[in-house]
Design a binder for this molecule. Structure first.
Ligand SMILES: Nc1nc2c(c(=O)[nH]1)N[C@H]1C(S)=C(S)[C@@H](COP(=O)(O)O)O[C@H]1N2
Ligand SMILES: [Mo]
Length: 263
């Protein structure tokens, strides 16, 4: 098992080496991964399918990702993807310092609930120093504090039919003639209930900066960065992906990336 994970990490490093001459910009620049015929991309996709099945079969559901110490935090968390959302709803909340922010949790739940930031901060919290690995090949170690997602799920009561947790975000990741696409991402209930899966409102002992997802972003420590939705406005419990986006469960999965991005 650890061998599998190691080879996945080695692959990430190999990807970085391959892309070393390509300047690392935002997640919009996916270098060789953009190319559908690229052998490395095909290999990574098959590895991802393999790791999903292998991790779900072999990994105990609670197995923790590595945690680090304060001394390992060497730089700020590099903001990536959307870093300054400009949708009207978001700007209004941001101008009010997020005091009117409510996290809507609904879908296949017993008690749909809207949580304020103070509601979430009053719940038991978890703090963890972990490494964020972006599919582009860079990593950052940062300290995250937030409420475990499973606390929130227990509060609303997940119905038996629910299989996935969908994060709906405030930011427009894409603008086309037919309108804007707001970022969306999802995880299964195993990852949702994992002890390190938290809805983070603080980073490196400060309130979560706008660039990194204020007021609330998720940490899913056993997967790649694109799974860690920032600017979450709504969490919806669902049984299938067909109602959202192009039907693959995540903005990046709809673009051809793997829905499960295990590391
Ligand atoms: N809402 C939203 N979440 C997002 C993204 C985004 O563009 N919008 N980018 C993803 C990607 S590709 C990465 S690597 C991380 C970046 O998080 P950071 O800005 O805190 O480094 O957020 C992920 N979550
Ligand atoms: Mo990323």
């Amino acid at each position: 098992m650890s061998k599998l994970i190691l080879s996945r990490r080695a692959l990430l490093r190999a990807g970085l080496a391959t892309a070393a001459t390509v300047p690392l910009a935002g997640c919009s620049a996916y270098d060789f991964l953009q190319d559908r015929d690229n052998a490395m991309r095909a290999f990574m996709i098959s590895m991802n399918r393999l790791t999903y099945r292998a991790q779900r079969l072999l990994q105990s559901p609670g197995q923790l990702a590595q945690e680090f110490t304060e001394a390992d935090i060497r730089q700020d968390q590099h903001p990536n993807g959307v870093t300054d959302p400009d949708t009207p709803d978001y700007l209004t909340l941001r101008n009010g310092n997020f005091s009117d922010y409510r996290l809507q949790v609904d879908g296949l739940v017993e008690r749909p609930t809207a949580f304020s930031l103070s509601d979430l901060k009053a719940m038991p919290s978890r703090t963890q120093i972990t490494r964020h690995d972006c599919v582009e090949g860079w990593s950052c170690i940062a300290k995250w504090q937030g409420v475990p997602l499973r606390q929130v799920l227990d509060e609303v009561g997940v119905k038996p039919a629910a299989r996935f947790v969908m994060f709906h975000c405030f930011d427009a990741i894409e603008r086309t003639l037919s309108g804007e696409v707001l970022y969306y991402e999802s995880i299964d209930l195993v990852d949702a209930r994992h002890p390190q899966t938290i809805l983070a409102y603080a980073m490196n002992d400060k309130p979560l900066p706008v660039a990194n997802g204020a007021p609330l972003r998720v940490r899913v420590e056993r997967q790649l960065g694109y799974k860690m939705a920032k600017y979450i406005r709504r969490i919806e419990l669902i049984s299938e992906f067909s109602q959202v986006g192009l039907g693959k469960g995540s903005y990046w999965a709809d673009q051809g990336y793997e829905w499960y991005a295990g590391i």
